[in-house]
Design a protein around this ligand. Structure first.
Ligand code: NAD
Length: 465
């Protein structure tokens, strides 16, 4: 079936899909849960190993576990999320009741990136399906084995008119984006997010854009610098830094700099040994193009100011770049041009918090501002003086694992939220319903406006508001 035929098929099924029962949708998600825990687990693990050497433990921890957690949350809450919610009635509307109810949007398109190809495909797909929508998923062409496994898994659980996968890259994505959908959920780079939004605007299609950016970390003078270094290193070098919410660069108060640097180096040695490029748990850079991009930044940085404090080498055959830390490189140098999305960690020392705050505010709003500090006053000050999709304090990355916490960006890092109920709301229209049961107010207050009616109106204004 070609893309147009698939779109036509799902359009024809839109109404029927919206009328499926909660029990039907949950039964499908139960099949998905069983498949991910059973026969499909090893195929997905193998696929990700062949795509970019992501090992099975990490696939389970960072892909399957959050996908299963989302399914669990949907199963526990779908009935409540889809039920009518009564809202209050103001006094002048006595005799009426009002409700809201989440209705499916209809035909939805999910476009996913390669860095967490299972989680970032199945999380929105399951949520959209649970909401009563049809879904076309376009996973990334950069992880072909995983994308093919996802296509086969979804074909086993769903009928094509309810959920289906389109494989391919830019041409296929472009063709899909020309069609009219009722919602587009895109995860990927800010640049492609702009292309998606432009295409969606032709049909006034609402979008969720989960994008990227340069998420900064601040380690202030009240922090435990050593512990901060360990935690930042774990977050930065997991998946070789190919994480949208990885700490992109770090500002460390001068008093904590040595402890921070030691923390980073100790953590890298503990996780990946003396040469991480030889360690099988340190993942590859996804493809030669991204390897060359990162290696280019690394090589250029060597011609610039800054102290190379750790790493600095790459193995092109293994497609691995050593976890690298450079202290005080130039602020307009190679590291600071774009989102790094790799295992390169520039660290800037500071003495006055006003300086990092000004620099963060001089850039586009990031997905996250990470703060390492013990002082509550300092934490509040940094929060109040920056804008971001999220704040995480004294830890990095783990905020995304809380499905009760909405996840998303602001400005160039994204539009809309995902995770749990927030994600469900993206895929539904909150429809308002107003029911008049008793005599309406216009029975008493309508033209001709007699003296008595004027008095009632003035009484309402004077006493109710
Ligand atoms: P990408 O934007 O290059 O690709 C994402 C998807 O868009 C892929 O399926 C791809 O085929 C498609 N695509 C690429 N170019 C296109 C075009 N011109 N027209 C239409 N579709 C196109 O992103 P990526 O390299 O897969 O992922 C890395 C980026 O994603 C980083 O910027 C990262 O920060 C971001 N990201 C964000 C989140 C989040 O939740 N906010 C999560 C993961 C990754």
């Amino acid at each position: 079936m070609n893309i147009q035929e698939l779109i036509t098929l799902q359009r024809g099924n839109k109404q029927a899909q919206s009328e499926t029962t909660i029990a039907y949708r949950l039964a499908k998600l139960e099949k998905m849960r069983k498949a991910l825990k059973g026969p499909w687990k090893s195929r997905l693990e193998q696929a990700l190993w062949s795509d970019f050497n992501k090992n099975a433990a990490e696939v389970n921890l960072t892909e399957l576990l959050p996908t299963l957690d989302n399914i669990k949350l949907i199963k526990q809450n779908l009935k409540r999320w889809t039920a009518p919610q009564k809202v209050k009635t103001p006094l002048p509307l006595l005799g009426s009741t009002s409700y809201t109810q989440a209705e499916p949007k209809g035909n939805t398109l999910v476009i996913a990136p390669w860095n967490y190809p299972i989680f970032l495909s199945l999380h929105p797909l399951c949520t959209s399906f649970a909401a009563g929508n049809t879904v076309i998923l376009k996973p990334s062409e950069l992880t072909p084995n995983t994308s093919e496994a996802l296509r086969d898994l979804i074909a086993e659980i769903f009928t094509p008119e309810e959920c289906s996968v389109v494989l391919g890259g830019v041409p296929e994505s472009t063709e899909l984006l020309k069609a009219r959908f009722d919602h587009i959920f895109f995860t990927g780079s800010t640049h492609v997010g702009q292309i998606v939004m432009e295409a969606a605007s032709k049909h006034l299609t609402p979008v969720t854009l989960e994008l990227g950016g340069k998420s900064p970390t601040i380690v202030d003078e009240s922090a435990n610098g050593y512990e901060a270094g360990k935690r930042v290193a774990w977050a930065k070098f997991t998946n070789a830094g190919q994480i949208c919410i990885a700490p992109d660069h770090v500002y460390v108060h001068r008093s904590q700099l040595d402890a921070f640097r030691k923390g980073v180096k100790d953590a890298v040695r503990r996780h990946y040994g003396e040469d991480p490029t030889k360690h099988e748990d340190f993942v590859q850079i996804v493809n030669p193009r991204n390897f060359d991009r990162l290696n280019g930044i690394l090589e250029q940085s060597k011609t610039e100011a800054g102290i190379l404090d750790m790493g600095g080498h790459a193995d092109s055959e293994a497609r691995k770049i050593a976890p690298t830390m450079v202290v005080d490189p130039p602020k307009d140098g190679a590291f600071m041009k774009e989102e790094l999305f790799g295992p390169l960690l520039p660290v800037f020392s500071f003495t006055d918090i006003a300086q990092p705050l000004a620099e963060i505010n001089g850039r586009e709003h990031p997905l996250v501002v990470y703060i390492y500090a013990k002082s509550r006053r300092n934490i509040k000050h940094i929060q109040r003086n920056t804008r971001a999709g999220a704040t995480a304090v004294n830890m990095s990355l783990l905020q995304i694992a809380n499905n009760y916490l909405p996840f998303g960006g602001v400005g160039h890092s994204g539009i809309g939220k995902t995770n749990g109920h927030a994600g469900f709301l993206e895929f539904t229209n909150t429809r308002s319903a107003f029911y008049q049961w008793g005599p309406p107010i216009n029975n008493f207050i309508a033209a001709p406006y007699t003296e008595g009616k004027r008095k009632i109106i003035n009484f309402l204004i004077k006493n109710l508001y």
